[in-house]
Design a protein around this ligand. Structure first.
Ligand SMILES: Nc1nc2c(ncn2[C@@H]2O[C@H](COP(=O)(O)OP(=O)(O)OP(=O)(O)O)[C@@H](O)[C@H]2O)c(=O)[nH]1
Length: 807
């Protein structure tokens, strides 16, 4: 038979003085001598649920018990003999307070298997202990946990606590009922987790007050608190009896009536053990229907729900007051702060940089904080600190947009200043790009950093580094753009200088049209290009251009200079220009002799030969002009194809660019030149005819004889005579005044012009006529003879015939 030791613990047939040994939280203890089961702390003081409950249940031999087990918990104020009662009732070995020390014994929640019975007993830390003081969190959570997980919850209280609100834990029960209803109310209604029996055990019952009165008082209190519960809408009509059964019992004073106490305890024990009793307490309807091997998981889940439930975090009166007052004080401080902050909101939003904004923000924040601290610091410290943190959060949330706005405006302002500094620095010719950019950049970063630093205030962790990085990136972008523009400008300048430099040499070379013409042109081009490249590279150093950019720019420069050269060549080889050059070349050879004297053609001169020679020589120039070809291979020049040159904007074929005159164009120019040269030939021929047709001397004698009568008529006619005298006097005056020369010149010029106009009209008329007639006459004949195979030969034959006629 099980026997109780002096501590109220059962021993298996042996009287033993061995007490349980305490072992740190969570670790099972074992009373090996009396054979009682180990107890196990399932929730520690830090509110952590054990990991080892399953192993412990196994050790208790209950893991395979299925539903054949019961769960009981105790609830009540600290040091009201809860552990003592449990040890007596169930033969557990929970710690009991030493009589000489009045202090908390049970910390957290412990569990132990009952002696000789399949009962898991939970001993719960007492409520209202001075150790936890105002902190009611754990007692609420542990009470809710016990209520939700056990079949029978023993509410342990002294007789004198009955009728008290706090003393009888009614306030606590109210909270626990309320949360229990919210969390597990529906489940319990479904009938899935069973009802719970709440057993009130009135300790140290003296018997003076009838127990029924105490029972009624307790029931009334419970009904009252149940009515005052804030229930979920769907459970608003539920009754206490829908979830809980109530039972009441009492025990006499343990010290004053030890024997009766023991007897009553045994009676109560038998109600837990003897299933045959009517008042058996572990009725099946209270069972939660969780198999024993699932108890650990089930309970840890309940604890997790209880732990995470916010409704249990109810404040104390002190806290409530502190919350109310701190909120009020914070609101006042905040409204003053908001007024101050509002003053700078608009300028910042308008994009202005507010000077000294950091200082202003710091003062507003500090002012609000001091105002709050001054009044609020007297209240509950936890609440005061929490509300202070909330106040600071609100303040910082208001200041943060100002800070960010200031940074954004600063960024914009500094970037603008950077651009301006570059524009100013890059004016004129005498600047070093790298130096200008370096200075503008460092000025910009420095001023931004200073102002951003100023805008930061102590407290909130604001950072301006990201904005600075952004600014640096944009600065780089702007500098790159400037550099590209500058590089372009420089390349254009070099190109202009290049164009100027090649203009004259190319013009001279192309006018001369020597066999070395292209060699001269290409040599000049290459020399100038070399100078241009050197000039670019020299400047590019100060532009901090990358190797790649230099390669591209040089490629662009080469192409552009080549195109400039081609433009110059085109200008010099346009149809009019080239015909002019050919004409000049031809005239030089046909109209002037070897000494450079103008030729006066005599009938005996070989005009045909000279003409043919001059024309052939001139025509030889056309193919020379047609293609850029150097004789010296060292002077040849090449450009990369378009695919390799990313800078080229339009398709460019270098080989094609070497062709100056296409074949069609060459033919066209040849034909035009021939026509022009033919005119020279005719003119030469005519000049010999004019020479032949001079007036003979006898014609003058004949003119005198025939004109004698007219001369006499003039002499003897007074009118003609007067006219002659006037003319003579005029001539005399002119001679006297020395105006003979000018008058002669005027007369000569007028006369010459008239003569030129008349003779050119006559020549045009006669030449066209003669040529048309001669060609018409000659060509059919030549065709008949089959002697003409080309236009040249035909022209020559016609010219020969024309020649004979003039002879
Ligand atoms: N007057 C009286 N004292 C008792 C009774 N039962 C136990 N005590 C004494 O009350 C003191 C506290 O006993 P515990 O069993 O440790 O009380 P408890 O409620 O478990 O204490 P905590 O776990 O710390 O909350 C001990 O000194 C016990 O000897 C009783 O029925 N009447």
């Amino acid at each position: 038979m099980a026997v109780l030791n002096p501590n109220g613990q059962y021993i298996n047939g042996h009287a033993s003085t061995t007490t349980t040994s305490s072992i740190p939280n969570g670790h099972p203890t074992k009373d090996t001598l009396n054979g009682n089961f180990d107890r196990h702390q399932i929730v520690d003081e830090e509110k952590k649920f054990t990991q080892d409950l399953n192993a412990q249940i196994k050790e208790w031999g209950l893991l395979d018990a299925g539903f054949n087990y019961n769960l009981v918990a105790v609830f009540g104020s600290q040091s009201t003999g809860k552990s003592t009662l449990l040890n007596r009732l169930f033969g557990t070995n929970f710690d009991v307070m030493q009589n000489n020390k009045r202090q908390q014994t049970t910390k957290g929640i412990w569990m132990c298997r009952g002696h000789d019975m399949n009962v898991m007993v939970m001993d719960v830390e007492g409520t209202d202990g001075r150790e936890r003081g105002e902190d009611q969190d754990f007692e609420r959570k542990s009470a809710l946990f016990s209520l939700a997980s056990s079949e029978v919850m023993i509410v342990n209280l002294w007789e004198h606590q009955v009728g008290l609100y706090q003393g009888a834990n009614m306030g606590l029960l109210k909270t626990v009922f309320e949360v229990n209803l919210g969390l597990f109310g529906k489940k319990a209604q479904d009938g899935t987790s069973g009802r719970t029996l709440i057993l009130f055990v009135v300790r140290d019952y003296a018997g003076e007050t009838p127990f029924d009165n105490l029972t009624t008082s307790l029931k009334d209190d419970l009904d009252r608190i149940w009515e005052s519960l804030v229930k979920p809408a769907e459970l608003k009509d539920v009754k206490l009896g829908d979830y809980f059964d109530l039972d009441f019992t009492h025990l006499p004073h343990k010290i004053h009536q030890p024997e009766r106490f023991e007897q009553e305890v045994q009676v109560l024990r038998s109600r837990f053990v003897d299933r045959s009793r009517e008042d058996f307490l572990f009725k099946p309807l209270y069972h939660k229907r969780i198999p024993a091997d699932g108890v650990s998981f089930y309970m840890s889940n309940i604890w997790e729900q209880v732990q995470s439930n916010k409704d249990l975090d109810l404040p104390t009166q002190q806290e409530l007051l502190a919350q109310f007052r701190c909120d009020e004080i914070a609101a006042v401080a905040l409204s003053e702060f908001n007024e101050q902050a509002k003053s700078q909101k608009r300028p910042v939003e308008a994009g202005n940089v507010v000077p000294g904004l950091g200082g202003l923000m710091h003062n507003w924040r500090q002012g609000a904080l001091e105002r709050y601290n001054q009044d609020a610091s007297r209240y509950n410290q936890a609440v005061y600190k929490r509300k202070q943190a909330e106040l600071l959060n609100t303040i910082d949330a208001t200041l943060s947009p100002l800070f960010l706005g200031q940074l954004k405006n600063l960024h914009k302002q500094r970037l603008g200043a950077f651009k301006k500094a570059l524009q100013d620095g890059l004016k004129g010719e005498e600047y070093n790009y790298a130096d200008v950019v370096k200075k503008a950049r460092s000025d910009c970063i420095e001023t931004f950093s200073e102002a951003a630093q100023e805008a930061c205030i102590e407290g909130p962790h604001w950072s301006w580094q990201e904005e600075l990085e952004l600014l640096e990136e944009e600065i780089k972008g702007v500098a790159d753009q400037f550099r590209k523009d500058e590089t372009k400008k420089m390349v254009s300048l070099i190109e202009r200088t290049f164009k100027k430099a090649i203009s004259e040499p190319v013009e001279v070379a192309l006018t001369k049209a020597s066999t070395k013409m292209w060699d001269i042109v290409l040599r000049t081009f290459k020399e100038r290009l070399q100078k241009a490249e050197a000039s670019y590279l020299n400047k590019a150093i100060s532009f901090n251009c990358t190797e790649e950019e230099n390669t591209h720019s040089i490629a662009a420069l080469r192409k552009r200079t080549w195109l400039a050269l081609r433009e110059k060549i085109n200008e010099q080889t346009g149809e009019t220009a080239i015909l002019g050059k050919l004409r000049a070349h031809f005239e030089e050879r046909f109209r002037y002799d070897e000494q450079g004297t103008p030729r006066v053609w005599q009938p005996e001169d070989d005009i045909d030969g000279a003409f043919k020679k001059a024309r052939d020589e001139t025509m030889d120039l056309i193919p020379r002009y047609a293609k850029i070809e150097t004789q010296d291979p060292d002077l040849s020049f090449e450009l990369p194809s378009d695919e390799d040159s990313p800078l080229s904007e339009e398709a460019f074929d270098f080989e094609e660019s070497l062709i100056v005159l296409s074949e069609t164009k060459s033919l066209e120019i040849t034909n035009k030149f021939k026509k022009e040269s033919d005119a020279y030939f005719v003119e030469a021929k005519r000049s010999t005819v004019v020479g032949i047709a001079q007036i003979p001397t006898w014609m003058y004698g004949l003119l005198l004889i025939l004109g004698w009568n007219e001369a006499m008529f003039v002499l003897f006619n007074p009118l003609y005579l007067a006219m002659m005298l006037i003319l003579g006097a005029g001539g005399y005056i002119i001679l006297q005044l020395g105006l003979a020369g000018p008058v002669y010149q005027v007369a000569r010029t007028v006369g010459g012009e008239v003569q030129r106009q008349v003779s050119s009209k006559l020549r045009e008329h006669f030449t066209d006529e003669a040529m048309i007639q001669q060609q018409q006459q000659y060509r059919p004949q030549a065709a008949r003879n089959g002697t003409s195979t080309s236009t040249d030969d035909g022209d020559d034959a016609w010219r020969e015939e024309l020649n004979q006629k003039h002879m």
